[in-house]
Design a binder for this molecule. Structure first.
Ligand code: F6P
Length: 340
């Protein structure tokens, strides 16, 4: 068989170990792999490079993606879709492994609907893809955010300030939830819950009274009723760039006004997406990359390799794309056990 692999959408730690796993598992089965560059753009423009076992040496520990990525939507215009189909035919590929979040996987599903042999691998720091217990990239990104919160604790305590940390995650609050929970925030705001200003100010006041500083974590996706980001900027899949809204800075302003505390905010943005993958993500990415090759070898196209409890299994694209997976009630209950 001839395998193709691409990484699409926002990068995250774990993409390189996943590429390595695809190449190594394919090679172990006697199959060759080529990598398409910059996500679906590489298939549209026929930009690729062969990937040998030597080429993927050391990728288990490297952040980013050696194949590059983009938020190109190959099905936004029919002529682009035709180019993608032509590239697949030109390379005589028997299987394409698409590694990405919901946008990349929805393009992969469309390709499969058009009769092409595609298997998906879910990744995203947002952890919002359905059908899987976890996506790789999330644990590494959340660990960076927890580290940031711990650093902010030192400076908040020294200056007796209230500091707001804004983290990414789009319309799912997984990163904020994990950061607030593991980092001991006094209040954590998620898009899954309506904004309650009175409750927030009560928590901040309590923390200030107890130890003269307060730490608040907010997800970029919390709706404060703010005007949308710079000119409503959107990516090719129509997503607003939520970081432009400045939720963290606005919260700091409101906390200062309500409590009289000196406030600051920090938006760590893309810092969360860089750096070496953590242990959990290295292993999950390796398992899902290898699992995707196994699905293809078994002829189980139109599926996504996902983690279910202790096992890697295949589920149909429709199941993984059934909707944004958000933080559910048991997690919210645990989180608020510590910041009530
Ligand atoms: O989907 C991953 C993510 O990091 C989101 O958390 C964030 O809103 C978005 O990507 C940022 O996108 P970009 O890299 O295009 O600025």
């Amino acid at each position: 068989m001839r395998f193709g692999v691409l990484t699409g959408g926002g990068d995250c730690p774990g993409l390189n170990p996943a590429i390595r796993a695809v190449v190594r598992r394919a090679a172990a089965n006697g199959h060759a792999t080529i990598g398409f560059l910059d996500g679906w753009k590489g298939l549209r423009d026929d930009q690729s490079r062969p990937l040998s076992v030597d080429d993927v040496q050391g990728l288990e520990a490297r952040g980013g993606t050696v194949l590059g990525t983009s938020r190109t939507n190959p099905f936004a215009k029919e002529p682009d879709a035709e180019k993608v189909l032509a590239t697949l035919a030109r390379h005589g590929l028997n299987a394409l492994i698409a590694i990405g979040g919901d946008d990349t996987l929805s393009a992969a599903r469309e390709l499969h609907r058009r009769g092409r042999p595609v298997v998906g691998v879910p990744k995203t720091m947002d952890n919002d893809v359905g059908g899987t217990d976890w996506t790789f990239g999330f644990h590494s990104a959340a660990a960076v955010a927890v580290d940031a919160l711990e650093r902010l604790r030192d400076t908040a305590a020294s200056h007796h300030r209230a500091i707001v940390l804004e983290v990414m995650g789009r319309n799912a609050g997984w990163v904020a939830m994990a950061t607030g929970l593991a980092g001991g925030a006094d209040a954590t705001l998620l898009p899954e819950e309506p904004y309650d200003e009175a409750a927030l100010m009560a928590k901040v006041r309590r923390a200030l009274a107890a130890r003269r500083y307060a730490l608040v974590v907010t997800s970029e996706g919390v709706d404060l009723g703010l005007v949308k980001g710079t000119a409503g900027a959107q990516d090719q899949f129509g997503h607003e760039l939520l970081g432009e809204r400045g939720v963290g800075a606005e919260l700091a302003r409101r906390i200062g006004a309500a409590t009289g505390a000196e406030t600051r905010s920090a938006q760590i943005g893309h810092i969360q997406r860089g750096g070496p993958p953590e242990l959990f993500d290295r292993i999950l990415a390796s398992r899902l990359g290898a699992g995707a090759v196994d699905l293809a070898v078994a002829g189980r196209f139109g599926q996504v390799a996902v983690l279910r409890g202790p096992s890697v299994v295949g589920v149909p694209f429709d199941e993984a794309l059934a909707g944004t997976r958000v933080v559910d009630a048991p997690w919210l209950s645990l989180l608020h056990t510590f910041d009530a």
